[in-house]
Design a protein. Structure first.
Length: 152
């Protein structure tokens, strides 16, 4: 009678298979790139909502009109980026700090919020705004999961 100690090939293959499945589950659950993208999109969704809420409060205080925004030229019918400079819509002075503490910027810009002291300086939020048929839309085009937009 020979006493053999050790594992059979089948036992080793089963253990390796189980370890491979556990490793795959761990990599899927802890995918840092995907988690960062999801966090950025959550921030964008929050920023878009904050901007829209601030514009909505401004509109309520101005008899339902956006005509006095952007230095009296109003909001455009086509989506235009919020910021200061040529071709941008500058609503910073209209809503900061009365309706929002600071104008948020897209997470990809690696910048902080634009407060009232920075409204006069050149800035770019990475978000777009438009008004059509009295409905204001704010959108984040750089989202990882496609365009994030809110209309009210």
């Amino acid at each position: 009678m020979i006493n053999r100690k050790g594992f059979t090939l089948i036992e080793l293959l089963v253990v390796i298979g189980i370890l491979a499945v556990l490793l795959a589950i761990t990599l899927i659950a802890v995918n840092p790139a995907q988690n960062i993208e999801a966090a950025e999109d959550t921030q964008r969704r929050n920023d878009v909502t904050q901007i829209l809420n601030a514009v909505g409060q401004y509109v309520v205080d101005n008899n339902g009109s956006t005509a006095t925004m952007n230095g009296g030229t109003g909001l455009p019918a086509t989506a235009t980026e919020v910021g200061s400079g040529s071709g941008l819509i500058n609503i910073c002075a209209d809503i900061v700090p009365t309706y929002i503490a600071g104008l948020p910027q897209d997470p990809d810009l690696n910048a902080d919020i634009i407060d009232e002291t920075e409204c006069a300086a050149a800035h770019n939020t990475g978000y777009q705004i438009s008004v059509l048929n009295g409905r204001v839309t704010v959108a984040a085009l750089n989202a990882n999961s496609g365009t994030i937009s809110v209309t009210r």
